[in-house]
Design a protein around this ligand. Structure first.
Ligand SMILES: *Cc1c(COP(=O)(O)O)cnc(C)c1O
Length: 387
């Protein structure tokens, strides 16, 4: 299969990036900040009632964080290290939510001392830790959701608890002097089935009603997590369609009087802005008659492309060689045999692709630099430029 560049990037921006990139040693990522700026505006347009908490793990660069801060974003933070980073940029503690349900008590205390007052949880032990280390804070409980088969990068199972436990935790939160504030879920990253939000919102509605009736607790917030799409090879609906449908689901369950709605986008804001540039290191076949061609390039699973694990995320790859395509196995440069990006899914690459040619991995702005290893086989972490 062949990639049409225009489906992913406008030519002008691509050429600007390509020119900038021509004299650098590969691999490196170039991120176009204007694309992120536009994606943020599009999300706000789609969800005018929503508050955005950017999931910092998607791309924690100062350039991205500053841009989003200046656009008025809030931040979903997973560790004290991310916390220190955003505070250093002047983000206020009221703009921060500690969204990781797995955390040390002394780190909760550190968040509290810096002024953070909103915490996610999904277990009793964590809730009790929060009550001690961050007294009086707002609590939202993450519930388990379905949808792991239609998300390209599922985030279920490890996080969240069953509905009954979520309600018990919110009742306990009140007993412990905390503020039982809301419910969160994450339907899975790159979630292609919009219906996953319908099911999750339906569960939230039941919790809101039962807590009110049975315990007199009035919840005020729904955190709908991330999961919004980036533009990879496997097609998705447009963000606008996601927004329209999800808004309809919310209105069906909650009417016009919506609770506070939080969104935690990572991938959908950042991915499309990035182009990872690599170089072909070797093209080979395993025997004189082998039909299968191997293309080894200087970026791999350990230098930013870990989301190719199980070939989950299929990044569009573009080269400027024209002509006939032939299937290829695409692998990275390290001495680990897990470092194969695509083997089952057949990528067509130009038959005349040769050592030294550049490969452009599109839609790679998110979950690449932050996943890159430090020095496996001596290879440095993925370099990045922000333009
Ligand atoms: C990773 C993560 C997100 C971002 O998800 P995307 O699918 O990248 O938008 C949001 N919320 C939480 C709690 C996360 O862990």
């Amino acid at each position: 299969m062949s990639i049409k560049l225009e489906d992913y990037f406008d030519r002008e921006t691509f050429n600007r990036i390509k020119d900038r990139a021509d004299n650098h040693e590969t691999p490196f990522l170039v991120v176009d900040l204007k694309t992120i700026d536009r994606a943020y505006d599009e999300l706000v347009e789609g969800f005018p009632f929503g508050k955005i908490y950017y999931a910092v793990k998607a791309n924690p660069s100062n350039e991205v964080l500053s841009l989003l801060k200046n656009k008025g974003s809030n931040f979903d933070i997973a560790s004290i290290y991310e916390l220190e980073k955003v505070l250093a940029l002047g983000v206020k503690p009221e703009q921060i939510s500690f969204g990781n349900t797995i955390k040390k008590s002394r780190h909760i205390r550190a968040f509290y001392e810096k002024g953070v007052r909103m915490y996610a949880t999904d277990s009793e032990a964590d809730l009790r830790n929060i009550a001690k280390a961050a007294p009086g804070s707002k609590i939202y409980v993450r519930i388990l959701t379905e949808g792991s088969t239609t998300a390209d990068w599922p985030l279920s199972r490890k996080f969240g608890c069953q509905t009954d436990m979520a309600m018990d935790l919110l009742v306990l939160a009140r007993e412990l002097g905390l503020d039982p504030y809301g419910i969160s879920f994450h339907v899975g990253s790159q979630q292609r089935d919009i219906g996953a939000w319908d099911a999750a919102i339906g569960k939230v509605k039941v919790i809101f009603e039962r807590l009110k009736e049975e315990d007199g607790i009035v919840l005020k917030m729904i955190n709908m997590g991330g999961g919004f799409p980036a533009n990879y090879i496997t097609k998705t609906n447009t963000l606008q369609t996601y927004a329209e449908e999800i808004t309809r689901f919310l209105q069906e369950d909650f009417g016009d009087d919506l609770p506070e709605i939080i969104l935690e986008p990572g991938r959908s804001l950042i991915a499309n802005a990035g182009i990872l540039v690599s170089e072909v290191v070797l093209v080979s076949r395993k025997s004189h008659t082998a039909l299968e061609r191997w293309v080894y390039t200087d970026v791999g699973k350990f230098s930013g492309l870990i989301e190719t694990m199980d070939e989950s995320i299929k990044f569009p790859i573009w080269t400027d060689k024209q002509g006939e395509l032939e299937e290829a196995v695409i692998a990275g440069p390290t001495c680990d045999s897990a470092d194969i990006m695509y083997e089952n899914y057949k990528y067509g690459l130009p038959l005349n692709l040769a050592i030294g040619d550049r490969m452009y991995w599109l839609s790679t702005g998110a979950y690449t630099t932050s996943y890159s290893a430090i020095e496996f086989n001596g290879f440095p972490p993925l370099e990045a430029f922000y333009i």
